[in-house]
Ligand binder design. Structure first.
Ligand SMILES: [Zn+2]
Length: 290
């Protein structure tokens, strides 16, 4: 079988499952051990995906995983992680261990030239509940299902929010800014300098609360008071529940989700938040952050 090309917006986990399915492998983790790479040997699936598609490993991570939201994937890192850690972490930037899809996108795939329904990377942003293209509620299935079968309309294993809950989250303007901020980071592969982000957040907090010294405790309390608790629980990875810890926990500021949530409550739009947080032009004085 000739190499299977990746689809332009395909989530890496789904791509691996699609290759396994086309080669009749029941376990997608076995794709590297099967004879499907035209005799070539690869130590990692990311490496195989890069070589087969004529792109670099970094391009695979940037286009087909949520790696641009680096800190949501785990501890802060500025280097491209090993494939082992990427595949381990692919499940993390999702709602618990769930992978999202959209019925409308699946129907469009079925009607497309290639007829391939696939898992889209851009649906996997933590806390995202709406398809950016069809503006309808996303469906979710367990990663174990998504890693070996394509998304289907009416999948019996799919779960989604009640309409009331979904509409309450979809109407929340702060959620919209926080999600727009994450979408922009993912789309443009922007790496945040958390020191600059915290400086911009504190500067804005001081402007809005002029009688208090800006601090992490106030910011976390504002996040708790502003966002619906149910939505926070599905947005912040279970192993990093800084919003549930004691007030003043600093770890929120070292996570992309923490920065996005703070931006969503302090700024009126993702564009304004990003403009305030991105590095100042060369030659300008550096902000001091304590
Ligand atoms: Zn859609």
């Amino acid at each position: 079988m000739p190499p299977v090309p990746v689809i332009f917006d395909e989530f890496l986990l789904g791509y691996r499952g699609r290759i396994a399915g086309l080669n009749c492998l029941s376990d997608p983790r076995k794709v590297l051990s099967a004879d499907i790479w035209e005799g070539a040997m690869y130590s990692t699936f990311v490496e195989a995906a890069a070589r087969v598609n004529g792109i670099s490993i970094e391009q695979v991570l940037i286009r087909h995983t949520c790696y641009p939201l680096r800190d949501l994937l785990g501890p802060a890192s500025t280097t491209v992680p090993s494939e082992c850690s990427v595949l381990t972490q692919l499940s993390l930037p999702t709602i618990y261990d769930l992978i999202a899809y959209c019925d409308g996108c699946v129907e469009e795939d079925a009607a497309s030239e290639h007829h391939i329904a696939h898992w889209r990377r851009d649906h996997q942003i933590p806390g995202l509940l709406t398809c950016p293209v069809h503006t309808t509620q996303l469906r979710f299935v367990r990663q174990s299902i998504a890693s070996c079968t394509p998304p289907t309309v009416g999948c019996p294993d799919a779960v989604w929010l009640s309409q009331n809950q979904y509409e309450a989250y979809a109407r929340n303007p702060h959620i919209a800014v926080a999600l727009g901020f994450l979408q922009e980071l993912l789309r443009a592969n922007i790496a945040l300098d958390h020191r600059l982000c915290v400086f911009a957040l504190y500067q804005e907090l001081e402007r809005q609360l002029p009688n208090r010294l800006p601090n992490a405790r106030d910011l976390i309390q504002l996040i708790r008071d502003t966002y619906p608790p149910g939505w926070l629980d599905i947005t912040i990875p279970a192993e990093n529940r800084w919003h549930a810890r004691k007030a003043g926990d600093w770890s929120f500021a070292r996570t992309t989700s923490g920065i996005a949530l703070a931006a969503g409550l302090l700024f009126p739009s993702p564009a304004i938040a990003l403009a305030r947080m991105l590095p100042v032009p060369a030659g300008a004085p550096e902000p001091a952050v304590n």
